[in-house]
Design a binder for this molecule. Structure first.
Ligand code: GDP
Length: 303
């Protein structure tokens, strides 16, 4: 545990240092006044927390501490408390119903956000639990994506269902669900394309994949997970919006929290969409996937 907490802390260090520095610069006087609250609101908005969150935090301070002595440490405590309030409800494990076989997980997300890596990590995690995992190389657009998934399959012992590059992705998804059923797989994880250059085409393709999956198994996909790169800023909000609307995202995986993460954006996303955050990625390695813990995250960014 220590190890991944350190990775998380180092990933959030820049956000945390920036916040600490800016807050310390504002809360030099003793008594909390309106100017300090306004400055704090600006700091939080600049740190990607979003307007709503910035308002929540300043309102909490105004209500409880206005015109009273306050230190920058205490302000950060209040911030951490407000962050936990937002994140605790969304920090939910992915519950895989053992009675649903195959449990079909559709992985969606923009290229480069860590979709394929996360699939590999999940295959390893569930494989280690004794579950029979199958993978489907649904990013039929890129030969490299198919190969990359095959490498993860070899590494984790999970069979990978593929078709040649350029094949129809929904056809592959259809076949994959049929095979997972026939072979008694516990979990099927389906990769998808993530090229954003042609957003509408991509979203239509995802919708088609979902329709086709339902022809084989009406209750599937049982989870649709969106990977988000924690080092990107406001754009992540758009990604949740678009994939949420068109692909029916049921939960999030925040990757690269060991990088120079923009910590505030995760809070803004949780505040706005209230989607469960099932996992966080804290490295490129197969073991670098962790359950999301609200208190650890709040401590790493606001203390
Ligand atoms: P995809 O295009 O969405 O499938 O993204 P990939 O899985 O290929 O990942 C893109 C890059 O991000 C690769 O170099 C991965 O090793 C890296 N990556 C993925 N997850 C993490 C993470 O949690 N931490 C770090 N540091 N790198 C990651």
């Amino acid at each position: 545990k220590q190890n991944w907490l350190q990775r998380l802390a180092s990933g959030l260090k820049r956000s945390s240092d920036q916040l600490t520095g800016s807050i310390a610069a504002v809360f030099t006087k003793k008594k909390l006044d309106q100017a300090m609250l306004d400055d704090l609101e600006d700091i939080l908005i600049q740190s990607d927390f979003g307007v709503d969150m910035a308002t929540d935090v300043t309102e909490a301070l105004r209500r409880d501490r206005f015109d009273r002595d306050i230190s920058s440490d205490e302000v950060r405590d209040v911030l951490a408390t407000e962050i936990v309030k937002v994140l605790e409800p969304v920090a939910q494990p992915l519950l895989i119903d053992a009675g649903t076989r195959p449990y079909v997980i559709l992985m969606v997300g923009v290229n480069g956000t860590g979709k394929t890596t996360t699939i590999g990590k999940l295959a390893s995690l569930y494989g280690a639990q004794g579950k029979k995992v199958m993978l489907a190389a649904g990013d039929t657009f890129r030969a490299a994506a198919i190969e990359q998934l095959q490498v993860w399959g070899e590494r984790t012992g999970a069979p990978v269902i593929t078709k040649p590059a350029g094949s129809d992705a929904s056809g592959l998804a259809y076949e994959a669900v049929e095979r997972a059923k026939a072979e008694g797989a516990d979990i099927l994880i389906i990769d998808t394309a993530g090229r954003l250059q042609n957003r509408d085409e991509l979203m239509s393709e995802l919708e088609k994949i979902i329709r086709v999956i339902k022809k084989v198994e009406p209750s599937a996909p049982h989870a649709t997970l969106l990977t988000l790169d924690a080092t990107t800023g406001q754009n992540a909000l758009n990604q949740v919006e678009i994939f949420g609307k068109r692909a029916g995202v049921t939960g999030l995986v925040m990757t690269k929290l060991d990088g120079t993460a923009r910590g505030g954006i995760l809070v803004a996303i949780a505040r706005k969409f209230a989607l469960p955050v099932h996992f966080i990625g804290v490295g490129e390695g197969v073991d670098n996937l962790e359950a999301f813990a609200a208190r650890d995250f709040a401590a790493a960014i606001a203390r």
